[in-house]
Design a protein around this ligand. Structure first.
Ligand code: NAD
Ligand code: AKB
Length: 323
């Protein structure tokens, strides 16, 4: 990222965008980072330029890119796995047509660099589930996973065919305290902290031994910006890089929370998200990301849990004062 870059973040008000925009604005200045989403009613990201956009509207996207002379795009607008199982056709449109609109405007306008996130959802029931390699069987059984796998293929195609400098990672389930998660299968790992502090109890929608790859948001943002700042010649994978942080099950995270809140109780009532989780890896081999651009996570389960509890406790206390 150069000081002269002007960055457009589409889907800016979600779990990742909220933290990414704040980080980018801190580095580049508020005016150089345009937050774009369906609405700004929540007030998030309004400390700098904002644009209302539906990513399905290609003309509007062209208009914004030209208005600000955008040089980099982070395209985060999507529906996530659990929501998409309920709204498959709408999700397919948003995830695929939205991506095409971004790829096409980037190609036509000569945008220097584009980031689009993939997910561990690209893997499926017959993928090796432990230490899942970068290149392996990919047979996603969710609409979301199919859209991410198709997206990866299209990103690589635009790189090979048109030279578009597009970069991507397969994020694990992301955990953060600054915003609510947006309809994923891994959301329990965020909700559990809020409920542990509020009610000392949580009913989990996955069973106790469901081990999944996860990552704390500061690591995810650092990985994203590190990949985007890597010299193009070192970015050898143009579909999406495997990315690993922490792997744990609901039982593990509950035990970690109990070290801070001994009275915390967890119960389990698996729902439609259980088979989705069962089709995903338990842990990820991210050695190509480590080798090509020096990726290294900083947060383990204990460090992440301590930080989550500290920050959510503070937020809940501030909210209580305002009542
Ligand atoms: P989120 O649901 O929290 O946020 C998505 C944002 O996109 C929302 O603010 C929403 O309003 C916006 N949006 C939805 N439809 C739109 C449209 N048509 N036009 C414009 N904006 C629209 O999602 P997130 O967790 O921030 O995820 C961002 C990206 O990262 C997605 O592509 C997601 O698949 C990917 N990802 C997320 C995770 C995770 O654990 N959060 C893991 C893997 C991959
Ligand atoms: C989801 O659960 O849908 C996301 C993801 C892993 O892509 N968190």
């Amino acid at each position: 990222m150069k000081p002269s870059d002007t960055i457009l973040v589409i889907g800016s008000n979600g779990q990742i965008g909220t933290e990414l925009v704040a980080d980018l604005r801190q580095q580049l200045g508020e005016d150089r980072v345009i937050a774009a989403d369906l609405s700004f009613a929540s007030g998030v990201n309004t400390n700098g330029p904002t644009e209302i956009i539906d990513v399905l509207d290609g003309n509007r996207l062209q208009e914004i890119v030209s208005k600000y002379q955008v040089t980099q795009v982070f395209h985060l607008a999507a529906l996530l796995s659990a929501t998409m199982e309920k709204k498959p056709k709408l999700g397919w449109r948003i995830n695929m047509e939205g991506l095409f609109n971004v790829l096409d405007v980037a190609r036509e306008r000569g945008i220097g660099r584009v980031f689009w996130p993939s997910s561990i959802a690209v893997f499926g029931p017959t993928t090796p589930r432990d230490n899942t390699p970068q290149n392996t069987i990919m047979d996603p059984s969710t609409v979301y996973g199919i859209s991410k796998l198709a997206g990866e293929r299209w990103c690589e195609y635009y790189f090979l065919k048109y030279g578009l400098d597009i970069r991507s990672v397969r994020y694990p389930g992301l955990i953060g305290h600054k915003s609510e998660p947006g309809g994923g299968t891994t959301d329990y790992a965020v909700h559990i902290f809020h409920e542990a502090l509020r009610a000392h109890a949580y009913q989990c929608f996955l069973n106790e031994n469901t081990m999944l790859p996860m990552m704390y948001m500061p690591d995810a943002i650092r990985a994203t910006l590190k990949l985007m700042d890597t010299p193009a010649a070192n970015v050898k994978i143009r579909s999406a890089y495997n990315l690993a942080g922490i792997s744990f099950s609901p039982k593990d995270i509950a035990a970690e929370i109990k070290t801070h809140i001994p009275e915390f109780q967890i119960s389990y009532l698996p729902d439609f998200r259980q088979p989705i989780a069962d089709s995903w890896p338990r842990s990820i081999d991210d050695s190509p990301a480590k080798a090509d651009w020096g990726w290294m996570p900083e947060y383990d389960l204990a460090k992440m849990a301590q930080d989550m509890l500290h920050n959510i406790k503070k937020k809940q206390a501030e909210a209580a004062l305002q009542l």
